[in-house]
Design a protein around this ligand. Structure first.
Ligand code: SF4
Length: 449
């Protein structure tokens, strides 16, 4: 008996409701649930979800209460850039060992906070709990409260033990921490004041700055970006903006909802990935403010920027036409933009999945893809391998955990999530994306496999 085949079939069967093929099944895709035990999900843990959202707060001390592996796994993981402090690029850890697990880690945590605050003056410390802290039951809230009153700064516990849910629970824990920082401001701006918060951009390779520049040209000020290139002082005044726009809905819609309830700030989703979505997002923002001059300026910027990149995109499209892509990314909104962006350069998406996509996002994905495309939520490596092979994908777009899988299969790969050196947002990012797709897909290396 082929044990491997039996095991693989069994895993697929257990997860049948989380995988559909467009045109073959009419049922709703099962999503936003915990991973199937033993299925080796590609999803990151709760702690990782919280860390990736909060880490770009540049002048905060980020202290991971747990074994060293949790801190090193997420150390400077995304390539977020800062225009000020570089403190966030450290990955401080209490480095819990066997003895701490037996006798408790609270004293070690207290000492670590004291030492860090003395060495690195900061107004806020984020303390992340990890799996083992959830198991041994250290009282993070009490330790942080004591430390806050001792040092006169904010010490915020993040309840993010890896096993207490899925990555989306980490996003919520991070948003709750951010909400603790935001305070009502005096002299709030009028409802249509040209100042907005930009949520769900982590300033990978300086992407926040590109979008800020477009908005500035339209006469709109970015009050604070969550959390790319943000700081304690900027976050404090987040409630003064008149609008929240959200790029990464998976991680930030919870915060936007809360800010709407608490501070009356409306929100909507945007996407600055690809020419079509970038242009549409600028139009949407301009029309929200409703000012004729802003609307005209948005059209001028779109025309100006598209004319700079149109020929370049066309050059890549002619060379990439007919290739097939597989996509496996964190959130649904990015997946939706990637389908459109691949269409712009002549590539079909034949398999697409996310770690934390929501029902409405999967509905949009289903509308956008062609018949026969496999759509899957919270996949494992075995499923990715099976469907990429079955569908003949030439390229996989994913994150750090998907890269080895693609290379083992002899498939080109693009990391859309971590440690990027060039921006993929805005009009300039659309060209960078096309260039990267071309470089990896058309590399001579694939001939030698
Ligand atoms: S919190 Fe748990 S699952 Fe997450 S990295 Fe640490 S040990 Fe692994």
């Amino acid at each position: 008996m082929d044990v491997r085949a039996t095991l693989k079939d069994h895993l697929i069967k257990e997860r049948a409701a989380s995988i559909i093929t467009k045109g073959k099944q009419k049922s709703q895709l099962k999503c936003d649930t915990d991973s199937v035990a033993g299925c080796v999900s590609q999803r990151a843990c709760v702690y990782c979800g919280a860390r990736v959202v909060l880490n770009p707060v540049t002048d905060a001390i980020h202290l991971v209460h747990g074994p060293i592996g949790c801190a090193s796994y997420t150390w400077d993981i995304r390539g977020s850039l800062s225009s000020g402090s570089e403190l966030y690029r450290n990955s401080f850890s209490t480095d819990l060992k066997e003895q701490d697990v037996i006798f408790g880690g609270e004293k070690k945590l207290t000492r670590a906070i004291d030492e860090l605050v003395e060495k690195y003056p900061s107004k806020v410390v984020f303390v992340y709990s990890t799996c083992i802290v959830g198991v041994i039951g250290d009282d993070l809230d009490a330790v942080c409260k004591d430390a806050a009153s001792r040092h006169g700064i904010e010490v915020i516990p993040i309840q993010s033990s890896g096993f207490i849910g899925n990555k989306a629970a980490g996003y919520r824990a991070a948003c709750d921490a951010l909400l603790r920082l935001i305070k009502p401001v005096e002299g709030k701006l009028p409802p249509k004041a040209m100042s907005l918060n930009y949520l769900g951009d982590f300033n990978l390779a300086g992407e926040v700055w590109i979008i800020k520049n477009y908005l500035k040209q339209m006469g709109i000020d970015v009050n604070v970006a969550f959390t790319g290139d943000s700081s304690y002082d900027k976050l404090k005044k987040a409630s003064s903006a008149s609008l929240n726009i959200i790029q990464c809905a998976g991680s930030m819609i919870y915060l936007a909802e809360k800010m709407k309830d608490l501070y009356g700030i409306p929100y909507f989703n945007v996407s600055f990935l690809g020419l079509e979505d970038t242009a549409e997002s600028l139009r949407k923002i301009a029309s929200h403010f409703g000012d004729a001059e802003t609307i005209i300026r948005a059209e001028e910027i779109i025309e100006e920027e598209v004319s700079k990149v149109r020929d370049k995109i066309e050059w890549y499209r002619q060379r990439l036409q007919g290739k097939k892509a597989a996509v496996y990314v964190g959130g649904g909104f990015k997946a939706i933009s990637l389908i459109k962006q691949f269409k712009e350069i002549g590539i079909d998406v034949v398999m697409i999945g996310t770690q934390t996509g929501r029902k409405e996002e999967y509905e949009t994905i289903n509308e956008l893809v062609d018949e026969g495309t496999v759509i899957l939520d919270d996949a494992n490596p075995s499923e990715l391998e099976r469907f990429m092979t079955e569908k003949g994908a030439n390229l996989l777009v994913g994150g750090v955990k998907e890269r080895p899988l693609a290379y083992k299969l002899g498939v080109a790969f693009i990391d859309h999530n971590h440690d990027r050196k060039h921006p993929l947002s805005g009009f300039v990012g659309a060209v960078n994306f096309a260039k990267e797709v071309y470089s990896t897909l058309c590399s001579p290396v694939w001939k030698y496999l």
